[in-house]
Design a protein. Structure first.
Length: 223
């Protein structure tokens, strides 16, 4: 999925390891060209994509049972930064969660439960922490905790989390100011006990940070 020059969402696909098809545009021209798109499986039959529109509202598109794509449909207030990265992940078996950066530099979270209507986005944390174009990544840290990371204006990694579907905590900065503000970032479970984040530092090196068994974050360390 991507946003093309005509400001529409585009999809490309391959079936049974065959040749790639598309990209094919669908929906209205409601985005800034090149805006990031987040994609995740909402349930076994539905794939869902989200991006921030040029009006600062989150937009959701979806396809069900390999049918045609629907949307994108806007929801929530115009509180988001139009070129913000969007992280989309299942928070649990019943909930899909999306995070993005707001025009005020805060993290915002939106969610849907049991295939119901999307809620939010709702801002949390301090204002002015992140550039409007910041990348953001999210992952389940364990069965009870959902975690998001991004690079702040201060060039440091910031981590936010929620536990047991409670309120979001953070974002909290850790480590040295090793990055360009808003840099792209990746986050994944390295094993059952460790969550790992990686981003390119201002020195051009890949930097890695990690937490083990819900302990404090370590790094980032250049590799």
């Amino acid at each position: 999925m991507a946003i093309d020059h005509d400001q529409r969402m585009c999809v490309a696909w391959e079936t049974d390891n065959g040749p790639w098809q598309g990209p094919v545009a669908f929906g209205e021209a409601s985005f800034i060209a090149g805006s990031p798109v987040g994609v995740a499986r909402q349930n076994p039959n539905q794939l869902t994509a989200l991006a921030v529109g040029e009006d600062g509202r989150m937009r959701v598109a979806w396809e069900t049972n390999n049918g045609p794509w629907q949307g994108p449909v806007a929801f929530g207030e115009d509180a988001l930064a139009p070129v913000s990265g969007v992280a989309v992940k299942p928070q649990n078996d019943n909930q899909l969660t999306a995070l993005a950066v707001g025009a005020d530099g805060r993290m915002y979270v939106a969610w849907e439960t049991d295939n119901g209507p999307w809620q939010g986005p709702v801002g949390f944390g301090d204002q002015g922490l992140f550039p409007s174009y910041a990348g953001i990544a999210a992952e389940k840290q364990n069965d009870n905790q959902f975690t998001a990371v991004a690079i702040g204006h201060d060039g440091r990694m910031h981590v936010a989390w929620e536990t047991g579907n409670g309120p979001w905590q953070g974002p909290v900065a850790f480590g040295d100011a090793a990055f360009e503000p808003g840099s792209g970032i990746g986050l994944a479970r390295q094993n059952d006990g460790q969550l790992t984040a990686m981003a390119i530092g201002s020195d051009g090196h890949l930097h890695v940070a990690w937490e083990t068994d819900n302990g404090p974050w370590q790094g980032p360390v250049a590799i």
